[in-house]
Design a protein around this ligand. Structure first.
Ligand code: HEM
Ligand code: HEM
Length: 389
C-alpha cells in the first residue's frame, strides 16, 4: 500500500509552498528593518497570495485524505511511534489551515485587505482592530514556529525510516516528478516573487515621470461673493479617499479640514468653494501606512502642511452639479473635476460628491512608489458636507 499520486503531489507541492512562504516572510521582515516599505508591502502581498493558494490546496488535501485513507502503518510500529506520527500529521493540518486563516484575519484587522495576486479581491473577515491584529500576529508567528518544530521532527523521522530502518515509509510518499516540480516551485517561486516585489515596474515609471508638471505653489482664493458661507456640521461631514493597494482597496479620511462653501443652485455663477485640508491629519486605520502617507514621498507634511481645493466654476449636469477647481498638493496645482449633488430638508442641507484624482500627476508617491502595481494610480475622493439649511 502507498499514498495515491494525488496525495503525493499535494504533499510535495504544499511543502514547497511552505518553504516559499518562509523565504518571502524573511525577505519582508528584512525590508521592513531596512525601512524599505514598498518592497515590504509587495513581499507581504506575494506572501498572502501564496498563503491563500496553500489554504485552498490544504482544503483539497484534507478532502482527498478522507476519501482515500492513508496506508496502514508498518507492523513493527510501536504505539508511541504511531501516536507521534499521527500527532505530527494532524499538527501539520492544524497549521496548514490556521496559518493562512490567522494571516487573513490579521490582514483584515490591520485594514490591509487581501487580494490574490492582484487578480481577485478577498473579503475582510473582521473590521480594523489594533489589539486583535497584535494578538493574531502573535498567533501567526507562534504557529509558524510550531510548524518548523513539526517539520524538524517529521523530516527527521522520514530520514530515519529511509536511512536507518531502510523500510518503505519514505518511498510510499515519494514521487520523483512531484519532488522535482516542488523544487522548481521553490526555485522559480522565490526567483519570480522576490524580484517582482522589490523592483518597480519600468513601464508605469516611465509613463508617470512625464506627467509631473511643476506649477507655482502660491495659494489662490476665490473672490468673496454675497452668497453666505455654509454653516458646516463637521461631525457629520467627511473627506474620504479610496485607493488600491496590492490589488485590494483601502480607505482613509482627513480628520482635520475646513471649507468655505458658498453654493447656491440658483446662483451658480456666484458660487464658490475653498477647502483646506491639514495633510498631517490623515487616517487610514494603520499607523505605518499613515506615517508613509505623511512622509516626503507622499504628502511631505513637514514642508506642505495643507492641501487646498478652490473652485468658482460650477455647472449643472444630468444629475446634480459639477465643478472644476484647482487642487493644490505640495507644489503642484492642477484642475480637478468634482461631481456632486445637494439634498435639503427642513433641518439639514447635505452635499455629497466624488472626484477621481491621478496621484502621479500630483507627485504623490515618488521614487519606487510611482509603480502602480502596488499602489493604484487613481484615488477616488468622496466628500460629504452637512450644513444648516
Ligand atoms: C501556510 C501559509 C503561511 C505560512 C507558513 C506563513 C508564515 C509566516 C511567517 C514565518 C511569518 C513571519 C513571522 C515573523 O515575523 O516572525 C509571517 C508573517 C506574516 N504573514 Fe504569514 N504565513 C502563511 C500564510 C499567510 C497568509 C495567508 C497571510 C494573509 C492573507 C499571511 C500574512 C502575514 C503577514 C501580514 C505577516 C507579517 C506579520 C508582521 O507584521 O509581523 N500569512 N507569515
Ligand atoms: C513543511 C513541509 C511538510 C509538511 C507540511 C508535511 C506534511 C505531511 C503530512 C500531513 C503527512 C501525512 C500524510 C497526509 O495526510 O498526506 C505527511 C506524510 C509524510 N511526509 Fe511530509 N510534510 C512535509 C515535508 C516532508 C519532507 C521534507 C519529507 C521528506 C524528507 C516528508 C516525508 C513524509 C513521509 C515519508 C510521509 C509518510 C509518512 C507515513 O506514511 O506515515 N515530508 N507529511
Amino acid at each position: 500500500m502507498a499514498y495515491t499520486q494525488t496525495a503525493r503531489w499535494l504533499h510535495w507541492l504544499i511543502a514547497a509552498g511552505i518553504v516559499v512562504q518562509f523565504v518571502l516572510a524573511e525577505f519582508a521582515s528584512r525590508a521592513a528593518e531596512a525601512g524599505r516599505l514598498l518592497p515590504q508591502l509587495a513581499l507581504l502581498a506575494n506572501h498572502k497570495s501564496v498563503g491563500m493558494t496553500l489554504l485552498l490546496l490544504a482544503g483539497l488535501r484534507l478532502v482527498w485524505r478522507f476519501r482515500h485513507p492513508p496506508p496502514a502503518a508498518a507492523e513493527d510500529t510501536t504505539a508511541w511511534q504511531l501516536i507521534a506520527a499521527r500527532a505530527t500529521h494532524w499538527g501539520f493540518y492544524f497549521c496548514m489551515f490556521l496559518l493562512p486563516l490567522s494571516g487573513w484575519l490579521m490582514s483584515s484587522a490591520s485594514a490591509y485587505s487581501v487580494s490574490w495576486f492582484n487578480q481577485l479581491e478577498l473579503p475582510d473577515l473582521v473590521g480594523p482592530d489594533e489589539t486583535l491584529k497584535e494578538q493574531l500576529q502573535f498567533i501567526h508567528e507562534s504557529l509558524a514556529k510550531g510548524l518548523i518544530a513539526l517539520a524538524v521532527l517529521h523530516v527527521g523521522a522520514a530520514l530515519k525510516h529511509a536511512l536507518w530502518d531502510r523500510d518503505d515509509i519514505l518511498r510510499r510518499m515519494l514521487s520523483w516528478p512531484a519532488v522535482a516540480a516542488s523544487l522548481s516551485v521553490v526555485v522559480f517561486g522565490t526567483y519570480l516573487l522576490i524580484p517582482t516585489a522589490t523592483s518597480p515596474g519600468a513601464g508605469s515609471r516611465a509613463q508617470a515621470d512625464s506627467a509631473v508638471v511643476q506649477t507655482s505653489p502660491d495659494r489662490v482664493s476665490p473672490q468673496p461673493t454675497d452668497i453666505p458661507s455654509w454653516q458646516i456640521d463637521y461631525a457629520d461631514s467627511y473627506i474620504q479617499f479610496t485607493c488600491q493597494q496590492a490589488g485590494a482597496p483601502f480607505s482613509g479620511r482627513w480628520l482635520d479640514w475646513q471649507a468655505d462653501i458658498r453654493f447656491d443652485d440658483k446662483q451658480l455663477a456666484n458660487s464658490s468653494a475653498d477647502v483646506t485640508i491639514v495633510t498631517r491629519a490623515v487616517s487610514s486605520n494603520d499607523d505605518e501606512r499613515d506615517n508613509t502617507l505623511r512622509g516626503v514621498e507622499f504628502f511631505d507634511v513637514e514642508q506642505f502642511d495643507t492641501a487646498t481645493f478652490v473652485s468658482t466654476d460650477f455647472k449643472t449636469q444630468a444629475e446634480g452639479f459639477t465643478t472644476t477647481g484647482q487642487l493644490q498638493i505640495k507644489t503642484l496645482r492642477l484642475p480637478v473635476e468634482f461631481s456632486f449633488s445637494v439634498t435639503q430638508t427642513e433641518s439639514v442641507k447635505v452635499l455629497t460628491g466624488v472626484a477621481t484624482i491621478d496621484r502621479l500627476a500630483f507627485n504623490v508617491g515618488t521614487g519606487d512608489w510611482r509603480d502602480t502595481t502596488w499602489v493604484g494610480q487613481f484615488v477616488e475622493v468622496q466628500v460629504r458636507v452637512s450644513a444648516q439649511p
